[in-house]
Design a protein around this ligand. Structure first.
Ligand SMILES: [Zn+2]
Length: 453
């Protein structure tokens, strides 16, 4: 067996692991690189190793795990793309939106002359995304299926609607059971049930987003109530840049609970300003049986929430003068409608910006949280006088202790474990803990490294 680490090997984005085994070439995840420019530039080249694949299998729908699919298809891939049914449903929303953003970026670059000499082209188009979606093959979690001469099993791991760990086994060949964790969720998530255990692996690829951290015991919900109260009292609004899928629904759930308990004013308007978040909210309600939230509460998730569908409504909202909570995408303030709100709200001290998700190094969100008092938006410098907060309690990722607990379910140590999907310090810290506490053979692969087992 050979594994090519083609992404998420020196950072948390671009998850792509190619497994060559039993004469087949199977790609686990096909993620987009985000954050640092150095990483994003990798989106523009097609690694030779990704030619002539037999199958693609996705752990979940987040773009850092799925967002390069349309590019792969643009480069000629026409094989099957296996994923859980809920992942397939979310991908329809996520990939088309991603393609739209790619097209917008290219259009803006051409209009504002960021690149004067060459015409900017989108990384991929909506047509590429549609073609990728037509290749999806839904696979039920818990049911073993044959994929490119291997047995594939999906195991739900919390984290995001439809998210699963992937197990690949070469039939008739003991010692070839490879498990890829995907992103592992938390024991106590607002929406998702805890990750299901996996008991056998010969080769383990485990994520390490929070490999060097423990989630603080802080009550994120209480802190959010506090921030909203104080902001509203001084006549300001709260802007919550949020991932449209998963996080936006968790925030709605919490804000509805806070209203019901009287912790924030019941009449405070809540705007969901993201067409993708609106669609994802409908999908979360459709797949409510995969969640831990009572069905009745999910039905009321959007009650009284004002859905902002058109761009004009969104622009009007950016000029509004009454206190409100605005949930808008993207979650790291790297693009999307949240930028208009950021431009309008960041310069005014009465407002609050609240980030409730992981911010990739180099993203605008990470810069704001680092305390930068000026951010560039659409090529324009915007002063930051609003309060900037990060709520830790909303993470969808297992922390260091939860990752180790999930790994402890294995009855025997894998012959080899690889720590992937972490910033360098997070990956290396988790590596050291796996070595010390579990006594496993473990290492952090390098980007582009090929390992023969
Ligand atoms: Zn994820």
């Amino acid at each position: 067996m050979k594994i090519h680490f083609l992404g998420a090997a020196d950072g948390v984005t671009g998850s792509r692991h190619l497994v060559e085994s039993a004469g087949s070439r199977i790609l686990l995840d096909c993620g987009l690189f985000q954050g640092w420019k150095l990483h994003r530039e990798r989106n523009w080249s097609m690694p030779d190793a990704l030619r002539e694949l037999d199958a693609v299998v996705l752990s979940h729908a987040h773009l850092d795990h799925s967002g390069w699919l349309p590019a792969l298809v643009k480069h000629g891939y026409r094989g099957p793309i296996h994923a859980s049914p809920a992942t397939c449903a979310l991908l329809k929303v996520l990939l088309l939106d991603s393609a739209h953003l790619q097209e917008e970026d290219a259009r803006r670059a051409n209009r504002y002359g960021y690149s004067r000499h060459v015409k900017a082209l989108p990384l991929y188009t909506r047509a590429d995304a549609q073609r990728a979606l037509s290749l999806l093959v839904p696979q039920q979690p818990g049911r073993a299926v044959t994929v490119a001469r291997h047995t594939l099993t999906l195991t739900p791991v919390g984290h995001l609607l439809g998210a699963c760990a992937l197990t690949l086994q070469t039939p008739g060949r003991p010692g070839t059971r490879l498990v890829f964790s995907g992103d592992v969720g938390r024991q106590h998530d607002l929406l998702m049930p805890p990750p299901e255990p996996i008991s056998r692996a010969d080769v383990m690829l485990v994520e390490s987003t929070y490999g060097n951290r423990l989630h603080p015991a802080e009550d994120g919900v209480g802190r959010l109530a506090d921030i909203v109260q104080r902001t509203v009292q001084r006549g300001g609004s709260v802007l919550m840049p949020s991932f449209a899928v998963g996080r936006a629904q968790a925030l709605l759930l919490v804000l509805q609970r806070l209203k019901r308990s009287g912790a924030i004013p019941t009449e405070l308007p809540i705007f969901l300003d993201s067409p993708m978040a609106i669609e994802a909210t409908a999908l979360y309600r459709q797949h409510a049986k995969l969640l831990r939230v009572p069905a009745r509460e999910m039905r009321g998730l959007a009650d009284g929430v004002r859905m902002v569908t058109t761009a004009q409504q969104s622009m009007r909202l950016a000029g509004a003068h009454y206190p409100a909570v605005i949930i808008s995408a993207s979650g790291m303030a790297t693009g999307g409608r949240v930028l208009h709100h950021l431009k309008a709200m960041a310069p005014q001290a009465r407002h609050s910006l609240v980030f409730a998700g992981f911010q990739v190094g180099g993203s605008r969100g990470a810069r704001l949280l680092a305390g930068e008092r000026e951010v560039k938006v659409h090529g324009e410098l915007v002063p930051v006088r609003a309060e900037v907060h990060q709520l830790e309690g909303f993470s969808g990722h297992a922390d260091q202790a939860e990752l180790l607990d999930w790994l402890r379910h294995l009855r025997q140590p894998p012959a080899q474990t690889f720590v992937v999907h972490g910033e360098p310090d997070a990956a290396d810290t988790l590596r050291a803990h796996i070595q010390t506490h579990l006594g496993w053979r473990v290492r952090v692969p390098a980007f582009s490294e090929v390992v023969e087992l």
